[in-house]
Design a protein around this ligand. Structure first.
Ligand code: UT7
Length: 338
């Protein structure tokens, strides 16, 4: 079992999605696709997208405010902000710094974390270390994305899959034996080419040619990422459970990255978890990358699917390629302990 100095868990959670909905039928008018294909291959029915003037830091700040409120703390109590995102407002400064200013968390350190769709679970693990060592008391971890801004809306292979949104949690100390019990983080950089935005960085700075060639949009080899996901989702969850001294039979609630219903079902099957215990909302929001796990978790809590004492497994995969799993014994103050 992974040893810890303090027990760290989620003491507050909040999420935000923009109001604007794009349905599969709407997409049929933009690219050569069909509602039937999208639902059959992905499970997605609709997704949310921001208005042009709204940025990732806006969504992140909205979700963060809700998480602070849920935790019963103020922005002044926050020691550190970590924003996991693949769609930062700018290359720099970090989106976390922009959020720090927006929510007026003036005492907080702030940085972004880049681990694609695994970013939120990575962020939980990173953020919890600061509390375990005693350096910080409250850490805000946010997964936020405006993927609609980096999608090539002429590419049916990608534009039907993604959506915008944000989810945030406040990490703090929880009673001994609760909170994060075991984790597994990993990466396989050899798969970096499979999911990327080729231009806009130091390898290919923005030029008229790069813009004309649509190199600033997300590109993905979907079937390769699919195969990777099928392999790592189950493996990562099993390793994290093992590190917690638990097994797949202990899972009360599985919250997987919401990329594709077929990937989610495969992970559930591998872990022998019945679908009633799996949180699925990919139908409503599509793949919101780093925001997907906290969005799903917030929904699960609002639907009373998480009880104190439940073993909750978060697991994700994404660009990098990366994967991350985090096993928690759920604890929320004010709720009775099972
Ligand atoms: O969070 C991490 C990010 N990425 C992912 O999670 C994506 C993981 N991958 C996937 O979810 C799936 O691979 C996809 C949903 C992207 C694709 O499903 P697939 O079953 O792997 O399909 P495919 O890529 O093998 O494509 C099958 C066919 C192709 O046509 P041909 O070449 O067989 O004639 C595609 O051109 O489906 C075609 N296709 C579409 N057809 C209608 C691809 N996109 C569409 C579309 N509508 N939107």
């Amino acid at each position: 079992m992974q040893e810890k100095n303090k027990s760290v868990g989620i003491i507050g959670i909040g999420s935000y999605v923009p109001d604007k909905i794009i349905t599969n039928k709407d997409l049929e008018k933009i690219v050569e696709t069909s509602d039937e294909w999208i639902v059959d291959r992905t499970g997605i029915k609709e997704r949310r997208v921001v208005e042009p003037n709204i940025t990732t830091s806006d969504l992140a700040a909205y979700a963060a405010e809700k998480a602070l409120c849920d935790a019963g703390v103020t922005a002044d109590d926050i020691d550190l902000i970590i924003v996991a995102t693949a769609t930062p407002d700018m290359l720099f400064p970090s989106t976390a710094c922009l959020v720090q200013d927006k929510i007026k968390a003036s005492k907080a350190a702030a940085f972004d974390l880049s681990a694609g769709c695994s970013g939120f679970a990575y962020g939980l693990v990173v953020g919890s270390q600061f509390i375990q060592t005693g350096l910080y008391k409250k850490v805000l971890v946010i997964g936020a994305e405006t993927l609609s801004k980096i999608l090539d809306w002429t590419d049916r292979n990608t534009c039907v899959l993604f959506g915008d949104g944000a989810g945030a949690v406040v990490l703090g100390e929880v009673p001994a034996g609760y909170g994060i019990l075991g984790v597994d983080l990993g990466a396989d950089g050899s798969g970096g080419e499979l999911l990327k935005i080729p231009a806009g960085g130091s390898r290919q700075p923005a030029t008229v040619e790069s813009v004309t060639a649509r190199q600033h949009f997300l590109q993905m080899s979907g079937s390769d990422v699919f195969k990777f996901a099928i392999k790592v989702m189950g493996e990562a969850a099993i390793k994290a459970l093992d590190n917690a001294g638990l097994s797949n039979e202990d899972i009360d609630c599985l919250i997987p990255h919401q990329a594709n219903n077929r990937i989610i079902q495969s992970a559930a099957k591998r872990l022998k978890v019945p679908m009633e215990k799996v949180v699925v909302n990919v139908d409503k929001y599509g793949n919101t990358s780093a925001a997907s796990i906290p969005l799903a978790m917030d929904e699960a809590i609002k639907n009373d699917k998480l009880q104190n004492g439940d073993i909750v497994v978060l697991v994700g995969f994404g660009a990098g390629l990366t994967w991350a799993s985090c096993v928690m014994k759920w604890y929320k103050e004010g709720k009775s302990i099972v």
